[in-house]
Design a protein around this ligand. Structure first.
Ligand SMILES: C[S@@+](CC[C@H](N)C(=O)[O-])C[C@H]1O[C@@H](n2cnc3c(N)ncnc32)[C@H](O)[C@@H]1O
Length: 216
């Protein structure tokens, strides 16, 4: 950009990097409370639906690793090296073989139609361009492949959404977190068929199983 400015997308990526470099060593401790209050059982729910060749996008510190069934072949990508480092350590400690690498969910390095399942937990709220990430999920899934998602989303309940609107600017500024997103819109726009959709916790938490069309 002329004039030494920063494009919004680069700015957002830089913010994510800064936030999660700083957060990495505390992430496992800090996420335990929201996991208990909002997402209890969610990681198990997601991982139980993973099969075959599996890609997890934005794998973070690898908190889903203990929950995958034996027999899945797991690849994970993560944007921030400090988070990835912890995930790799966890995989070794668990004895869980996994190909864990640096990558950008908005622009995946994999060929079209590579994976049977793509998993994403608590990360479409952090990835700067969540629509691009969902489009990439569709591209790398084989026809008939599954996208399994656990996420906090914009509540359909007006008073709850009002509170979210109040909190959203600060959470975005200091945590690179988007409170008002609704990934279902992108999943539908990308032509997935919705097989399971569960909303809980005043509409704040979504569990989703969606399938890429074909083969017939
Ligand atoms: C709230 S954490 C969730 C981590 C993990 N999925 C979990 O369930 O605990 C959000 C993660 O998204 C990652 N992230 C953000 N933007 C990304 C991108 N463009 N590509 C890959 N990972 C990204 C962050 O680095 C961070 O590790």
């Amino acid at each position: 950009m002329i004039g030494g400015g920063v494009t919004p997308a680069l700015d957002e990526a830089e913010k994510v990097r800064r936030v999660y470099e700083r957060e990495a060593s505390n992430y496992d401790r800090n996420v335990k409370l929201p996991e208990r209050l909002l997402f209890s059982g969610g990681r198990e729910w997601v991982c139980a639906r993973a099969e075959g060749e599996v890609l997890e996008i934005a794998v973070g510190t690898g908190r889903n690793l203990p929950h995958y069934p034996d027999g899945v072949r797991l690849t994970g990508i993560e944007f921030v090296p400090a988070m990835l480092e912890i995930a790799r350590r966890r995989a070794v400690e668990l004895g869980r073989p996994a190909d864990l690498r640096l990558g950008d969910a908005q622009s995946l390095e994999f060929e079209d139609d590579t994976f049977d399942t793509v998993v994403c937990t608590l990360s479409l709220c952090a990835i700067p361009d969540d629509r691009a990430a969902v489009a990439e999920v569709r591209r790398v899934l084989r026809p008939g492949g599954r996208f399994v998602l656990l996420e906090h989303v914009r509540s359909p309940l007006r008073p709850v959404r009002g509170v979210q609107r109040l909190l959203a600017p600060a959470l975005h500024r200091f945590g690179a977190d988007h409170l008002l997103r609704d990934p279902l819109e992108h999943v539908q726009a990308e032509g997935f068929s919705i097989e399971l959709l569960e909303r809980s916790k005043l509409g704040l938490v979504e569990r989703l199983l969606a399938r890429k069309p074909g083969p017939d």
